[in-house]
Design a protein. Structure first.
Lengths: 127, 96
């Protein structure tokens, strides 16, 4: 019974780590390929939620299902879940803060620019 | 059927290290090349969050829980970097 439960936990954890690896390599390629800052924010969100939160939870589940780790495994799993929670909350908040500051300070150039609804609403020049 | 769960997990995580190193080097290209400051900062963000996940994978692989503390602190520092750079760019109090 215990063996089966450990095996299920390890398999679910390995699937989550594999999803995280896939998102990670996709986000790294897109961070190179995307043309400007506002589109690269999309790659950042793939890298932080799909590439960090999911494998952290997966590594925590692997640690829970690994008896060879001894008593360390509860500590490992708890730390992994806490780190995943922090990344989940703070990744989105930090991304929002940096994009808002970059837009309002006009540091980045919008190229190629097709539509800018925020500038239209504020009555400024669009594109 | 008996599965050696220890060597299975170890080989899987050893394989994952190569993909992590590849994506880190791709992020480093954007950090060095990035035309403006926010581009570099979001590349450092992505690198930092992935590094935290990599630390947790390594701590399972090396069986030492000491790296977990580094991962938690690293996520908090990446958020602090975001807020510092945002405040530097806006030149005024945030949140109004």
């Amino acid at each position: 019974m215990q063996e089966t439960l450990n095996l299920i936990l390890v398999i679910i954890g390995q699937i989550m780590v594999a999803i995280g690896l896939l998102c990670d390599i996709i986000a790294a390629i897109l961070m190179i390929r995307f043309p400007n800052f506002y589109v690269r924010l999309h790659a950042l969100t793939i890298g932080s939620i799909g590439g960090a939160v999911v494998p952290m939870i997966g590594a925590g589940l692997i640690a829970l299902g690994s008896p060879f780790l001894g008593d360390h495994r509860w500590y490992l799993a708890g730390g992994a879940f806490v780190a995943a929670f922090f990344t989940f909350i703070l990744g989105g908040a930090g991304t929002h803060a940096i994009s808002r500051a970059a837009y309002r300070s006009k540091t980045v150039v919008l190229d190629p620019c097709y539509v800018d609804h925020l500038a239209e609403d504020k009555g400024e020049k669009t594109c | 059927m008996v599965i050696d769960i220890e060597s299975w997990i170890s080989s899987f995580l050893m394989f994952s290290i190569t993909i992590y190193i590849t994506s880190f080097s791709l992020y480093l290209v954007r950090i060095i090349k990035g035309p403006t400051l926010p581009d570099m900062v979001i590349a450092i963000d992505a690198l930092g969050y992935d590094l935290a996940a990599f630390f947790i994978v390594l701590s399972v692989l090396f069986r030492s829980p000491i790296l977990i503390i580094c991962a938690i602190v690293l996520t908090l520092w990446i958020y602090a970097l975001d807020i510092y750079v945002a405040k530097y760019l806006e030149h005024k109090e945030l949140g109004d």
